[in-house]
Design a protein around this ligand. Structure first.
Ligand code: MN
Length: 491
């Protein structure tokens, strides 16, 4: 029996704007409950919404970047329902004429090279966020309307995803793209990126395909929970079908919530259908007309997106897919930094290693964003060039980099004053080899006796020789001379 997992995602993203979708109220995260409200977000009678043009523009930018078709005429609708986090008793959203349809998100392949491809988008529309309910102790629930009215982009995919890993990869790529676009901070734990997943199974049996009832999973607030919840649901639906045989034709769509602590999905309220929401055009807002000039301006504001940048790093700099991805997925500032380094050196691979192993580590330790990183790209490129030319070895280069950060001095000064220049003088290195062998007779015995792996013993001895030279010897010459000496000793 063959089963296929069918997954579609529905993603809500809070747009980064100074004010709310339909009023001038602020949008800062983390303020005391109900301090960031105004008559519009409280839904007071007699208030009127005014569209936030910046929010619409960020939404346009996102949809254009995702290759969607932009509607030149779009309107607002009321989605009517009662809930304590929705004081107006309706949400302003878009129903039959969303501002964008179609488009796609690229999915990078998994690490083992499987999966990947692209997921089609059904639509992207703009709406307002609701307030937040906290179900606290003592049986009380608290309402915080700070979030009510924040611009919210809803991105709906087609059910194109076929594995939990692809679902996760798609969501990660979407987040990276939104961050490159600068339209949202996409902090899942702060709720600025929220994901629901629709999932069911296609089961092949006796030459027929049987579809299980569709389940919408809510409350997925981390990438890990997206993957775990989908894995759980795939198994649950298979077992349930084996027990009751119910198919998509026998049961309505079910809404279930993911419980992270319990590691399981649980039934929630049954989902309203579109008819229950009594959608009708919002009478207090005019439709939006997107003209050529506006669209052209938005298009021009879109920089190079992650998928394209990975490809360019591979073709322009000859990086492996792995290296290109590490640099790109760190964020636009890191990818920009690498591009800038690569303008001052042609040692692209070494520059990539230095950024991945040293620059990122130091930036993390010192909690620095790249804009504040003390070593400018051209200065790092200069250091890379000095290592490549043999002026210093890689180990010394690391030390020099550390000192450059501590003292702010130039590479040239630190190399000269610290005596870091690489030792390539063969007679000096032969002396170091002899000294290292003389003080480690046991290692030579191990090698002769065959008790230890020759490579391990040689690695140890290479380290001892480097130590004799204060870490400054040319490692290639050390290997060459040490190997020759050992071959002599072994007869
Ligand atoms: Mn929505």
């Amino acid at each position: 029996m063959n089963t296929t997992l069918i997954i579609g995602l529905e993603v809500h993203v809070q747009l980064t704007t100074e004010s709310k979708m339909f009023s001038s109220c602020g949008t800062e995260f983390g303020l005391s409950p109900n301090t960031q409200t105004d008559p519009v977000s409280l839904g007071l009678p007699g208030t009127l919404p005014v569209m936030n043009r910046k929010a619409f523009e960020l939404a346009l930018k996102t949809a254009v970047a995702l290759d969607a078709t932009i509607s030149r005429f779009t309107k607002w609708d009321r989605k009517n329902y009662y809930y304590p986090d929705l004081p107006k008793n309706y949400q302003i959203s878009q129903y039959d004429l969303p501002f964008s349809t179609g488009g796609s998100v690229p999915i990078p392949p998994n690490k083992d090279g499987t999966g990947g491809g692209e997921v089609r988008l059904t639509r992207v529309h703009l709406e307002e966020d609701t307030g937040k309910l906290t179900h606290g102790a003592g049986g009380f629930s608290e309402v915080d309307l700070n979030r009510a009215g924040i611009p919210l982009l809803e991105i709906v995919t087609e059910p194109d995803l076929r594995s939990t890993a692809d679902a996760r990869a798609c969501l990660e790529e979407l987040r990276l793209t939104l961050r490159y676009l600068g339209v949202s901070d996409c902090e899942m734990q702060e709720g600025s990126l929220r994901c629901d997943a629709n999932v069911n199974l296609h089961i092949e049996k006796d030459g027929k395909t049987i579809a299980t009832p569709i389940v919408e999973i809510k409350n997925l607030n981390s990438f890990r929970s997206v993957q775990l919840a989908l894995e759980y649901e795939a198994l649950r639906q298979l077992k349930k079908w084996e027990a009751d045989g119910l198919t998509i034709n026998d049961a309505p769509k079910e809404t279930r919530g993911w419980s992270d602590p319990e590691g399981m999905t649980k039934p929630q309220r049954t989902k309203e259908t579109a008819a229950d929401y009594r959608y009708f055009p919002e009478p207090d807002l005019v439709p939006v007309v997107v003209d050529d000039e506006w669209l052209a301006r938005v298009k021009a504001s879109i920089g190079e997106l992650p998928a394209k940048r990975r490809k360019r790093f591979e073709t322009e700099y000859g990086l492996s897919a792995y290296d290109a991805n590490v640099l790109v997925e760190q964020g636009q500032d890191v990818a920009d930094y690498y591009d800038a380094v690569a303008r001052s050196t042609s040692e692209y691979k070494i520059a990539s290693n230095w950024i991945q192993q040293d620059v990122l580590r130091i930036a993390k330790e010192q909690k620095l964003v790249m804009a504040d990183f003390p070593i400018r790209p051209e200065v790092l490129a200069d250091l890379v060039n000095r290592v490549k030319s043999g002026e210093i070895n890689t180990n010394s280069g690391r030390e020099v980099l550390g000192k450059m950060i501590d003292s702010g001095g130039s590479a040239a000064d630190i190399i000269a004053s610290g005596g870091y220049a690489m030792v390539s003088d063969k007679s000096a290195i032969i002396a170091a080899v002899d000294a290292a062998l003389a003080s480690n007779p046991k290692a030579i015995e191990d090698l002769k006796g065959g008790k230890k792996k020759p490579d391990a013993v040689k690695g140890f001895l290479r380290g001892q020789v480097m130590k004799q030279t204060g870490g400054k010897a040319d490692p290639n010459i050390v290997s060459e001379l040490l190997d020759a000496k050992l071959a002599e000793l072994m007869g």
